[in-house]
Design a binder for this molecule. Structure first.
Ligand code: KIV
Ligand code: NA
Length: 271
């Protein structure tokens, strides 16, 4: 059996080979991604890219647990990290501990991720002291979409850069094993990466990070629109549309199923 990577393996990669990370939400996709990735994140982006929600605010702990269980069944080698959804950790350290412990017990994942706004580092310290490996997430924090009035890149002003840097440092000091940096202006991710001793994993944050992550359906081309920072490595949308169009034509023309696709088909008897 292959040994699964865990928080210390990821943490010790700082300054070495870049960390390859992607999001995963289901078992068969996780099994494929596992062949090439160091870390699979069961992102709360599942709410948007799988469940059709407008943002991640409506994602529940139960959704994260179900998808976390599926990803754990599919992936054998990559570290699996589950996002804590909106409302499951901001209300206090004890609440956060109860919910994170439940996610770890019910999914078997090796860690959780929390969006680390100003008050969250204290919670991260509390969790790490009690045996929960935590990944932080600074910069653009999608769960803050309603107070921010949209998904907005951070670090355009000096004030904002200092704030994101302070949050990243507090997150690392609290004991996070790695920090996601999302949607920050040029140069800032590099400054953070040089300032903290744990790996940074960038999304829309430049190649200066210690690793990269993307939302898998975005990078594989499932949608007709993708944000600026996404590079498309596939055309899932085109594959699905052309495959389904061919199937529809075949069904309508009664070309599918054929004899070879039928059970116990009787070969025509020559007489
Ligand atoms: O939910 C998610 O997919 C994420 C990554 C994009 C970092 O948080
Ligand atoms: Na997320």
């Amino acid at each position: 059996t292959v040994r699964r990577l865990a928080a210390p393996d990821i943490q010790s990669r700082k300054g070495k080979e870049p960390l390859v990370c992607l999001t995963a939400y289901d078992a068969p996709t996780a099994a494929l991604l596992d062949e090439h990735c160091d870390l699979l994140l069961v992102g709360d982006s599942v709410g948007m890219v799988v469940h059709g929600l407008p943002n991640t605010v409506g994602v529940t702990l139960e959704m994260m647990i179900l998808h976390g269980q599926a990803v754990m069944r599919g992936a054998k080698r990559a570290m699996v990290v589950v996002d804590m959804p909106f409302g499951s950790y901001e209300g206090g350290k004890e609440l956060a501990y109860q919910n994170c412990a439940r996610v770890m017990k019910e999914t078997g994942a090796q860690g959780v991720k929390l969006e680390s706004g100003p008050t969250v580092p204290q919670t991260i310290a509390y969790l790490v002291e009690r045996g929960i490996p935590v990944m932080g997430h600074v910069g653009l924090r999608p769960q803050a979409v309603l107070t921010e009035g949209g998904f907005k890149a951070k670090g355009k002003t000096e004030d904002e850069r200092l704030r994101v840097m302070a949050e990243a440092e507090a997150t690392a000091d609290a004991g996070a094993f790695a920090v996601v940096i999302e949607g920050v202006a040029e140069g800032l991710a590099g400054e953070i990466t040089r300032a903290i001793t744990v790996p940074t994993v960038g999304i829309g944050a430049s190649a200066e990070c210690d690793g990269q992550i993307l939302v898998t359906p975005d990078m594989l081309g499932l949608f007709d629109w993708t944000p600026k920072f996404v590079r498309r490595y596939g055309d899932m949308r085109g594959h699905i549309l052309s495959g389904v169009a061919s199937y529809a034509e075949d069904v309508r023309a009664r070309r599918f199923p054929a004899e070879v696709e039928t059970y116990f088909s009787r070969k025509p008897v020559a007489s």
